[in-house]
Write a protein that binds this ligand. Structure first.
Ligand code: PHE
Length: 469
């Protein structure tokens, strides 16, 4: 039975047909791992902040934001998939748990208390379950702007920015950056607001600043790994810039790091859309912004193998990290066995459109598909056929994920679709999911895993009207 109100962080909120935040999430909102002393997320945050000594660091902003802050202020179109209830936790129609730290960009530009700033915070997204995805994670936003009206006499903004680039440290990182600063279709200049020289200079300052973050992180990782481990690999560290799209920057890029043979996306960034600055009362300022995922970086830095570990209160985890002294690589405590169980079911006969999670990428338009965080590879298209008003709502894979999370909590390590087919005669659709159960702290008995699995089966039937096979 739903109450008409929900209370969170000492505030009550009206609930409505948009409300979809489960109690499991509400219960973790107060954890704020980025502020916990000696926590790896907080240590990673401070390490990155130290690369931006002149910036103002905001670390205490409430996760409860308006739809206007999270989406509208950033120019998200009204039909952007990130706005949907399947991807975002709504407190009510006009209030969400922020899906990214960019939700605070406009307000911070408006306050205009310093040219450069970072914002670190917990962010929330409905998503798949695996070892690198968790519905709460932490991001750091960074931004830097220059004021056209406050330039030394005779100096252009582009000249000023390039002079500031010269003041940044140099590095000898191997960087691939094959694309021009702007491209008319793929990565357009904000004409007429910016000149080509301005965009190029801002891009140079942005890229150098972030390359220096990577250098800092990886020199620490290398030292931490000592003689062995991935961080000490003899291959030179390699990064590349690729073109990207976000509704709130242009041109835009993502930075990828070559890590154990794979290119890993670590952040998204770009030249701030001039509309955002203009609407924030700063039409004369130009600059850049980035957003990075702190878990992703902490996992690389310490070689932490599972994102759930960050939420562990087990001293065998927490005692391995310290604000003081040199960084030490994480040493896994003995791994407890995993136990997987499958569940197969027929979707309700009239389900018009099951979102099919088969290896597609999210409609690629920036947040809240996180750059620098956890972008999901399994997502969803909705194929609408024969919809009538009596059809049940389509079942989204994230709804299944949430049922698993709310039943098994952090004992669910991963959930993956292993089979799907449509019956040739009845046209009914069958899905089979494999759920891997594992505790990071103890051995889970088969009876316990069975009981959890059974509750999930019951929930699938009750909440989505599936028929177990
Ligand atoms: N908010 C974006 C995300 O979460 C990242 C980003 C921040 C991109 C700032 C550009 C500028 O994916």
């Amino acid at each position: 039975p739903k109450k008409a109100e929900l209370s969170l962080l000492n505030q009550t909120h009206v609930i409505d047909e948009w409300t979809n935040v489960p109690t499991s999430i509400l219960g973790s909102v107060s954890r704020r791992l980025h502020l916990q002393p000696n926590h790896p997320i907080s240590i990673t945050r401070k390490l990155i902040e130290s690369r931006f000594p002149e910036y103002q660091h905001h670390n205490d902003l409430s996760p409860v934001v308006t739809v206007a802050q999270n989406f509208d202020s950033l120019g998200f179109p009204s039909d952007h998939p990130g706005r949907s209830k399947t991807d975002t936790y709504y407190i009510n129609k006009s209030t969400v748990l922020r899906t990214h730290t960019s939700a605070h960009q406009a307000d911070t530009f408006r306050a205009n208390t310093s040219a450069g700033f970072t914002i670190s915070a917990d962010v929330y997204r409905r998503d798949a379950i695996d070892r690198s995805h968790y519905p709460i994670f932490h991001q750091m936003e960074g931004a830097m702007t220059w004021d056209r009206n406050a330039l030394p006499k005779g100096k252009t903004l582009a000249q000023q920015v390039l002079e500031d680039v010269e003041k940044l440290p140099k590095h000898d990182l191997v960087v691939e950056d094959p694309n021009p600063p702007t491209h008319p279709e793929r990565n357009p200049l904000q004409s007429p607001d910016h000149t080509e020289e301005e965009a190029a200079a801002i891009a140079t300052h942005l890229k150098r600043s972030l390359e220096l973050v990577v250098v800092e992180i990886f020199s620490r990782a290398k030292a931490a790994a000592g003689g062995g481990g991935a961080g000490a690999s003899s291959d030179p560290l390699k990064v590349r810039w690729i073109e990207a799209y976000f509704p709130f920057t242009s041109p835009s890029w993502e930075l990828e790091i070559l890590w154990q043979g794979d290119w890993l996306e670590v952040l998204g960034c770009g030249v701030v859309k001039q509309d955002i600055l203009a609407n924030a009362g700063a039409p004369e300022r130009l600059g850049w912004a980035f957003g990075l995922g702190l878990e992703r970086i902490a996992m690389l830095l310490y070689e932490i193998p599972d994102i759930r570990l960050f939420w562990s209160e087990d001293p065998r985890f927490l005692n391995q990290f310290s604000d003081a002294g040199p960084l030490r690589r994480f040493v896994p405590f003995s791994k407890y066995p995993a136990c997987y169980k499958d569940v197969s079911f027929w979707l309700p006969p009239s389900t018009p459109s099951v979102t099919m999670p088969m290896g597609e990428t999210k409609p690629g338009t920036g947040a809240p598909n996180p750059a620098g965080g956890q972008s999901t590879t399994t997502t969803t298209t909705t194929t609408n056929t024969a919809t009538t008003t009596t059809d049940p709502p389509p079942l989204h894979e994230n709804d299944i994920m949430e049922l698993v999370r709310s039943t098994a909590g952090d004992l669910a390590e991963s959930v993956s679709l292993i089979d799907a087919f449509t019956h040739p005669k009845t046209a009914r659709r069958s899905l089979c999911y494999r759920i891997n159960y594992r505790s990071l702290e103890r051995t889970l008995t088969n009876a316990e895993a069975d009981a959890l699995h059974r509750r999930i089966e019951v929930g699938l039937v009750r909440e989505f009207g599936v028929e177990l096979r």
